[in-house]
Design a protein around this ligand. Structure first.
Ligand code: G3P
Ligand code: CA
Length: 238
């Protein structure tokens, strides 16, 4: 079972920062999961929320600010003073790092609130430029967006994200051309994983930091687990 570091090793470092991605690498994660948005001047940046206030020293929406403004924010100090000076990475920053490793990448396009027209093409272009098409899975709660990713490049693997409130059947993922299903752990059971396997759909539940649950997922044959604690996950399945 692959270990995917959720927003990087975000249980140990500020989420969606280079510190969290490097930590995930050091801890032996197989892949990193991150979230992207787009600035007013067209730069893809790595952050979970549409607004910067929860994780940085600034206020405002990413889509209405410039990349220069985003770069001026501190994305580490609110997590812990020892991470002061950590910046909001651009997607290019992460691609430049990850392509020098053997890790895989799961890019979640966070466009369920703000549309970011054409972001799928922007993303695919960057993945191509950095030789990361084969190592990347693109996921989203916005399933129409996954279709647009496929239109931009059929070779990019996609994965359907779903909440515990609106779980989806693996057959739905298959139908829309996705290779994977990323369900909330609360809606996962052995039958779901077996049903997905029968249709060659990979299942990678999120977000799982409990050692017993990680062991169960491994025993049930999950393809991956998305976790804030790749260190615990590695110990759990070793
Ligand atoms: O990709 C799994 C997980 O990241 C989805 O939820 O809110 O953490 O982006 P969220
Ligand atoms: Ca995410």
């Amino acid at each position: 079972m692959e270990i995917w570091a959720h927003r990087g090793a975000s249980g140990l470092a500020p989420e969606n920062t280079m510190a969290a991605f490097v930590k995930a690498y050091e801890l032996g994660a197989d892949g990193i999961e991150l979230d992207i948005h787009r600035t007013a001047d067209g730069v893809l940046v790595v952050m979970h929320d549409e607004q910067v206030s929860r994780t940085t020293t600034g206020r405002g929406y990413l889509h209405s600010g410039t990349y220069a403004w985003v770069q001026s924010l501190d994305a580490g100090v609110r997590y812990h003073p020892s991470f002061a000076g950590e910046r909001v990475p651009s997607l290019v920053d992460v691609l430049t790092f990850i392509k020098s490793t053997r890790m895989k990448l799961n890019v979640e396009i966070k466009n369920n609130q703000i549309e970011y027209p054409g972001i799928e093409r922007d993303l695919v272009n960057l993945l191509q430029e950095h030789g990361m098409i084969e190592r990347t899975i693109v996921s989203s709660f916005n399933h129409a967006c996954l279709h647009r990713v496929k239109l931009a490049n059929r070779s990019v693997a996609t994965a359907v994200l779903c909440t515990e409130f609106r779980p989806v059947h693996p057959g739905y993922a298959k139908q829309i051309g996705a290779a994977g299903l990323h369900p909330n752990i609360k809606s996962v059971n052995p039958a779901l994983i077996q049903g997905a396997k029968a249709q060659q759909i990979a299942v990678r539940p999120y977000t799982v930091d409990n050692v017993q649950v990680i062991r169960s997922l491994n025993a049930w044959g999950a393809d991956g687990v998305i976790t804030n604690r790749p260190d615990l996950a590695r110990t759990a399945i070793s």
